[in-house]
Write a protein that binds this ligand. Structure first.
Ligand SMILES: Cc1cc2nc3c(=O)[nH]c(=O)nc-3n(C[C@H](O)[C@H](O)[C@H](O)COP(=O)(O)OP(=O)(O)OC[C@H]3O[C@@H](n4cnc5c(N)ncnc54)[C@H](O)[C@@H]3O)c2cc1C
Length: 473
């Protein structure tokens, strides 16, 4: 038996480690159980490595196009090994940072596999945690006052298409590629598929995206999805929509070939590799949920709006509870859960105010309702849209494709949603997030004086455009 803990967290990803820090700040005695590396998916197999590769792809493309900025470069070549080294070194630095934060917060980290046991002689409630070690060392048993499940998610498998790391890849394996393929079929035109499509096309790979639905990025505003598709097609990416990949037709022989079913028949697609990005499954298996009364529905743990499960002393946050599977969502859910455990009466999260981003080139960012959703919810809306091509800084930047779209309630003037595609919008969306949190109207956004020249001027103009008062368009 080890020391008394107020809280044990299963999983040291973005949700888990941020929750641990908040718990330590509030004076709780806290431990994290992590089977792999602190930082989880986001740091090791998600946000950070993918953005590092995207940045290299952007620099490569820009350098090849440097002549348009008046800069002559001799032949530009790509050293993909160095690209990977750069990515790995960023991960190492951030990983050390997280480890340092655990030490600073006096948070105990157990490097093993955590499982919830049923009620035991140690604990009348189902919260005893056993920690199992790969080395075969004797299990550690902890009986904490509270448990937070933050075990995250893993790539979903499409039928019989098992990931083999060579021909059929999930994003996990794709991030570790040491050489670029010359062609790739990407199954799934969601966020991860589109980021990879954009990045690989910028690296010079021939990319085909196969999407089951009639549009890519189905959760984005329809106008954004269309614009992104148009811009990605300009890079040479092929989109096959309304198309079903027939998983049992996969052939592997120095590449892959697979049949795809469409309304007008079947077609065979061939490439060096295939990346499957059809969503993620919550890590709910083998963590001892059967020993509890915790409810699982549609493959994710059910909680109340303060992340408490059916077992009052067990909370769950992040990808394992589904919803918006994003790093900043997981960490904020973690903070709310901890403040609830510590009786600090936190406010539930307003999910409509959370920005979400796609780091493709062009970037995409949004907060709040899409136009379709606002209409479905019965709002009478007014819409302002303003293009980057009328923004001086975008022309200076050499990247003036895309637009910002602002959706407001006609009756109340309330801001319902802001949707962006274009240069640096993943940084600009925070202004839209702040406007939503402060319940600002488009008029109030337009009264925020945006510096000239700046890309952010597009926000002021799009807000004015809601009432047809834009200046430069
Ligand atoms: C390719 C890709 C790109 C992404 N890009 C972005 C992005 O740009 N922005 C963004 O916001 N989100 C992005 N995401 C999503 C983001 O990574 C996740 O939403 C986020 O990591 C979820 O955090 P989490 O703490 O819930 O889970 P995770 O980060 O998955 O952490 C869970 C941790 O639990 C551990 N674990 C699991 N089971 C056990 C157990 N039984 N015992 C001990 N430890 C266990 C795992 O090893 C893992 O470390 C991306 C994801 C992918 C795959």
């Amino acid at each position: 038996m080890s020391k008394d803990y107020d809280l044990v967290i299963l999983g040291g990803g973005t949700g888990g480690y941020v929750a641990a820090i908040r718990a330590a700040q509030l004076g709780l005695q806290v431990a994290i159980v992590e089977k792999s590396k602190l930082g989880g998916t986001c740091l090791h197999r998600g946000c950070i490595p993918s953005k590092a590769l995207l940045r290299s792809a952007e620099v490569y493309k820009q350098t090849k196009e440097a002549a348009q900025y008046g800069i002559d470069t001799s032949e530009v070549s790509l050293n993909f090994g160095k690209v990977q080294e750069r990515k790995d070194s960023i991960i190492r630095t951030l990983h050390q940072g997280v480890q340092g934060l655990m030490k600073k917060g006096k948070i105990d980290v157990f490097n093993g596999y955590g499982r919830i046991l049923g009620p035991s002689i140690f604990s009348p409630v189902a919260g005893t945690i056993s920690i199992e070690y790969e080395s075969g060392e004797e299990n550690t048993m902890i009986v904490p006052k509270n448990v937070l499940i933050a075990t995250g998610s893993r790539p979903r498998i499409l039928g019989s298409l098992e990931y083999d790391g060579e021909y059929v890849l999930s994003s996990d394996e794709a991030l570790e590629m040491q050489e670029l393929p010359s062609s790739i079929v990407i199954v799934g035109g969601g966020v991860i598929g589109i980021e990879w499509a954009s990045m690989l096309a910028d690296f010079g790979v021939e990319v085909t995206v196969i999407e089951y639905l009639d549009r890519i990025l189905p959760t984005e505003d329809e106008a954004i999805g269309k614009e992104v598709e148009r811009l990605l097609k300009k890079k040479g990416i092929t989109f096959v929509k309304n198309a079903k990949v027939l998983d049992d037709t996969l052939k592997k022989d120095k590449g892959i070939s697979i049949e795809v079913e469409m309304a007008d028949g079947k077609e065979i697609y061939q490439a060096d590799k295939m990346l499957v990005s059809i969503g993620r499954e919550a890590n709910i298996n083998n963590i001892g949920l059967d020993n509890t009364d915790i409810i699982v529905e549609n493959g994710v743990i059910q909680t109340n709006d303060l992340y408490q499960t059916k077992e009052s002393h067990i909370y769950a946050i992040g990808d394992v509870i589904g919803g918006m599977q994003l790093a900043h969502v997981a960490s904020h859910e973690g903070i709310v859960a901890i403040e609830s455990i510590a009786n600090k009466a936190p406010d539930p999260i307003e999910y409509n105010n959370i920005p979400s981003c796609v780091y493709s080139n062009p970037e995409i960012a949004s907060v709040g309702l899409t136009e379709e959703r606002a209409k479905e919810e019965g709002f009478e809306i007014k819409v302002g849209k303003f293009p980057f091509k009328a923004i001086g800084k975008a022309l200076v930047h050499g990247d003036s494709e895309g637009f910002v779209k602002v959706i407001a309630d006609k009756k109340t003037e309330d801001l319902l949603g802001i949707h962006m595609v274009g240069p640096h919008v993943t940084d600009m969306v925070s202004e839209a997030g702040l406007a939503k949190v402060l319940d600002a109207t488009p008029w109030e956004i337009s009264q925020t004086i945006h510096p000239h020249p700046s890309l952010s001027e597009v926000m002021g103009e799009a807000a004015l455009a809601v009432d047809g008062k834009q200046i430069h368009g």
